[in-house]
Design a binder for this molecule. Structure first.
Ligand SMILES: [Zn+2]
Length: 380
């Protein structure tokens, strides 16, 4: 990615805190039947559980749209997962403590390949009914069916997320998608917002669907066309053998890293025919010493090569960048500018002044290559 976001503290984190409490203080100690007393360590959550228990809802007889479904889902999920934890062996519980921690320590998973997350598939291989209970709960936590949309939790979708987004965009006001640098991200002058992406896909990994260190606003193209459910930390997660899960493990950029490297982007053209430039005429080199693997992961997940090359070949981008130098000189001549090479230098500098404006990070490199290959001179 071109740059990273600044993580912000927000009330929305209390939802993950409830989930952490359930895991560390309730489910891990599962023994016998669940009752409200097991929630004594978190009086707020206990109160919510008891209030939800008073809502009259029976899934067997409930009519469509009947109130109480979310309350029922929340309480019954806590109980079901508790019952499943009561059945698993102690050694596996100990293992799960580490794995739960890793699944939520996104920065560590991005930067240390010896740390392995746990996937639904792995839990399923060992305890299918535990996986089913966890999946049924966690897969619904972020979205329209989430029990966190209830008033008791502050209304996740209607209130907490819009409020978080506004605070987030106040501190992160570039209004450019950091994952591609190509498309805008809607800031606070818009009445709509861009979606949050689960960086480690929520369909693959349990326990982190409400962790905002795993959630980041992303442009629609990055989120819904390129990344989809691709996993930044595994080259091909579909091929992962649960017994050899270190296979294909890959380092990745962490969206909230506080020391993200400056990437060096170089464009090489193997054709001088700018008007008919094709992606295969472009070699793109993206470098940063010591971050080679992170760059590979980024290019893979977000289709970076394809998208940057397409921009360079675009009639209204790459060709236009080029024309603005050549045609611009003809206009500049009328104003007394006579030295073409100085004019080119001026335009290169201008293109790279703001890397996030008008694709400056790519445009400046593209024009530099046009200069170095002598393509301007042939057209001037
Ligand atoms: Zn993007």
């Amino acid at each position: 990615m071109l740059f990273t976001y600044k993580y912000i503290k927000h009330d929305i984190e209390k939802l993950q805190e409830f989930l952490d409490f359930l895991f560390y203080d309730v489910w891990l100690f599962a023994d016998g039947e669940f009752d409200a007393e097991k929630l004594n360590g978190n009086p707020d959550l206990k109160q919510i559980y008891e209030d939800f228990g008073n809502v009259d809802y029976d899934p067997a007889t409930a009519k469509k749209g009947q109130k109480g479904k979310s309350e029922y889902l929340f309480n019954s999920s806590i109980e079901k997962i508790y019952a499943e934890f009561a059945k698993i062996d102690e050694a596996y519980k100990l293992e799960l403590i580490d794995l739960y921690h890793y699944n939520n320590h996104i920065e560590l998973l991005c930067s240390d390949k010896s740390k392995l997350p746990i996937s639904y598939a792995q839990i399923k291989a060992k305890y299918p009914s535990l996986e089913k209970a966890i999946n049924e709960f966690y897969s619904k936590l972020y979205g329209p069916e989430s029990p966190f949309n209830l008033d008791a939790f502050g209304q996740l979708t209607k209130k907490l997320i819009p409020d978080h987004y506004e605070a987030f965009m106040t501190d992160n006001n570039e209004e450019v998608c950091p994952f591609c640098g190509i498309l805008p991200i809607k800031g606070n002058n818009h009445s709509y917002r861009d979606a949050y992406d689960h960086y480690l896909p929520k369909g693959l990994y349990p326990f982190n669907s409400l962790n905002f260190k795993n959630l980041a606003p992303m442009c629609h193209e990055c989120n819904s066309t390129y990344k989809l459910t691709d996993d930044p930390i595994y080259e091909d997660y579909k091929k992962i053998d649960p017994l050899k899960k270190e296979d294909n493990r890959q380092l990745a950029f962490y969206p909230y890293s506080e020391n993200h490297p400056e990437l060096e982007i170089k464009v090489e053209l193997t054709s001088k025919d700018i008007k008919n430039l094709q992606p295969q005429d472009i070699n793109l080199e993206i470098k940063s010493e010591g971050n080679e693997e992170q760059i590979e992961s980024w290019k893979r997940v977000f289709g970076i090569e394809e998208r940057y090359k397409a921009l360079c070949c675009h009639k209204n981008e790459g060709l236009e960048w080029f024309n603005s130098v050549v045609d611009g000189f003809n206009n500049a001549k009328e104003m007394g500018v006579t030295d073409f090479s100085k004019w080119v230098e001026f335009k290169l500098k201008e293109a790279g002044t703001n890397k996030l404006s008008n694709y400056g990070f790519l445009k400046a490199q593209f024009l530099t290559e046009c200069r170095d290959k002598g393509i301007f001179n042939a057209n001037a």
